[in-house]
Write a protein that binds this ligand. Structure first.
Ligand code: ATP
Length: 503
């Protein structure tokens, strides 16, 4: 697993997808740059989302609000008071951990151990094997698992003082059952606010303290009435936004999964009070279908319904994806009630109500939110697509099977040799295709090696121009996933490619 993940990270660098930020200065931790291919994949993910959410829905519109906002917004939203991570330091190693993440890791390790035991026992007992009964006969492990999951349930909202003590005790106990850090010596758990502060204004006296937004959602809430009025929107309707968010994450690891600067794609869907549960269910279904449509494999997704809810929610679930380091949150779907709009009414003193002509009354709408990280989606697509394939002739190839609709480059055009007018024809093909698709030219090395390079970078089609092309205006088109080659007419290329790559 760890090795697979290392391969993902080094492949992302080697093939121009993701670089460490400020690398020549030894990097800035948990901040990344998207390279020439990465930016194309990222843009395609955003476009795929935007089309499904905004273009395909008459009652959803988009906005692009500023990253800097009035500081009182973060009081109203609860971020000043409650946007905290519980931290714990290890006195021996001097390492700092996020307590909830550390517990999660313990739980995962224990679960893996139990799975192994279950697997072994199942083999031994065959048909007579009863998993429930077997688990009940391993009380020690089960006890710790239960303890850990009850603590995990309490995390996610700001923890009470006694919980923090619990958390420390639990970590110490878990370290004995299932050592991760190899140490017993821990500090108290402390809360740490995740918002980045900055200042607006030049002089010290007039400067105002601001935060970089930790989520894009609030930009939508504070514009709710502006959009509703100027767009003459009728409830139910949605406002979508894609944009950067910033969190001073303490445990910054797992590559682009947890970054300090990242991007979110969020929808806030405004509904009549009392109908939020139906809309919440509906959006869970719509969003999982969106994921399935990309073909990354339905087994790689699962829902995680929250028992313990954040201060603003009356129902919440995550869509989890099987990353190289296990199932983790990819998207959150939250029924946010009227918490945000009501709170902004209080803090701003402005009414944020909707007049419902059918009911002939005004109310503060309820909100169902879907929130997905662009970077996590990028990692899901990228890691899932990277495959090492054994070929029939005993060799192997590295292939990045990115869904064709998302692939950075749709086709590479390759002259078989660098002479006899073949490069000129290749360039003519590019001139024609580039209006519709991102296409590139490559003439370096033998054609087999060029195919391998395009496989590794994830290009769904290679178009090869050879001497026969001079005679009958046909080329070979090679499919990345099957490696099949077809002889087709140059004039059919656009149709063939469109069929696979159009959103
Ligand atoms: P986590 O528990 O993993 O920290 P979260 O519950 O805080 O995530 P939300 O506040 O619900 O996340 O944010 C919505 C989405 O934004 C997440 O599902 C995730 O895809 C993305 N996201 C959140 N934090 C980060 C981050 N630090 N780096 C990259 N993406 C992030």
């Amino acid at each position: 697993q760890e090795d697979d993940f290392k391969k993902v990270i080094s492949h992302a660098k080697e093939y121009g997808y993701v670089f460490q930020s400020s690398e020549i200065y030894d990097g800035l931790s948990a901040v990344y740059d998207y390279a020439q291919n990465g930016v194309e994949l990222k843009n395609n993910i955003k476009e795929y989302w935007w089309k499904a959410m905004v273009q395909m829905n008459e009652n959803i519109v988009g906005i692009d609000s500023a990253i800097l906002m009035h500081p009182t917004i973060w009081k109203a939203s609860g971020h000043v008071d409650a946007f905290n991570d519980p931290l714990i330091d290890n006195k021996d190693s001097k390492k700092r951990y996020r307590a909830d993440v550390l517990i999660e890791d313990h739980v995962a390790k224990i679960e893996a151990k139990i799975d192994k035991e279950v697997e072994k026992a199942a083999k031994r007992f065959g048909d007579a094997f009863d998993k429930e009964q077997f688990l009940a006969t391993n009380p020690r492990v089960v006890e710790y698992q239960e303890k850990a999951s009850s603590i995990l349930k309490r995390m996610g909202t700001s923890l009470e003082a006694e919980d923090l003590e619990d958390v420390k005790n639990l970590i110490e106990e878990l370290e004995i059952v299932c050592p991760l850090s190899g140490s017993k010596n821990w500090t108290e758990v402390k809360q740490f606010n995740l918002m980045f502060g900055t200042k607006i204004g030049a002089s010290a006296e007039s400067a105002m303290d601001l935060y970089l937004r930790p989520e894009t959602a609030q930009g939508i809430f504070v514009n709710f009435l502006n959009v509703q009025k100027s767009g003459r929107m009728k409830i139910p309707f949605g406002i979508a936004q894609i944009g950067k968010a910033f969190r001073n994450e303490i445990v910054a690891r797992q590559f682009i999964f947890r970054q300090r600067e990242f991007e979110q794609m969020e929808l806030q869907f405004f509904v009549r009070p009392g109908t939020q549960k139906e809309w919440y269910e509906q959006w869970k279904e719509t969003r999982i279908k969106w994921h399935y449509s990309l073909g990354l494999g339905q087994d790689n997704y699962r829902f995680h319904d929250h028992d313990k809810l954040a201060h603003y929610a009356d129902a919440a679930a995550d869509i989890e994806f099987k990353f190289p380091f296990g199932f983790k949150e990819l998207e959150g779907i939250h029924s946010r009630t009227d918490f945000d709009l009501s709170s902004h009414e209080k803090f701003s003193g402005k009414k944020l109500q909707y007049f419902d002509p059918e009911l002939n009354e005004s109310y503060v709408p309820y909100v169902v939110e879907t929130s997905i990280g662009v970077d996590r989606m990028f990692l899901a697509v990228f890691a899932n697509s990277l495959q090492e394939e054994e070929l029939e002739n005993g060799t192997s190839r590295t292939v990045l099977k990115i869904p064709a609709v998302l692939a950075p480059t749709k086709a590479a055009v390759l002259p078989l040799v660098k002479k006899d007018g073949l490069p000129e024809i290749a360039h003519e093909i590019i001139e024609d295709l580039k209006w519709d698709f991102k296409v590139i030219y490559d003439e370096k090395d033998a054609v087999g090696r060029r195919y391998r390079r395009q496989d590794a970078v994830g290009t769904p089609f290679c178009i090869t121009v050879d001497h026969q092309t001079l005679e009958d205006k046909t080329v070979t088109i090679r499919h990345r996933d099957t490696m099949e080659q077809q002889r087709v007419s140059i004039s059919d290329l656009k149709t063939i490619i469109s069929k696979e790559v159009d959103m």
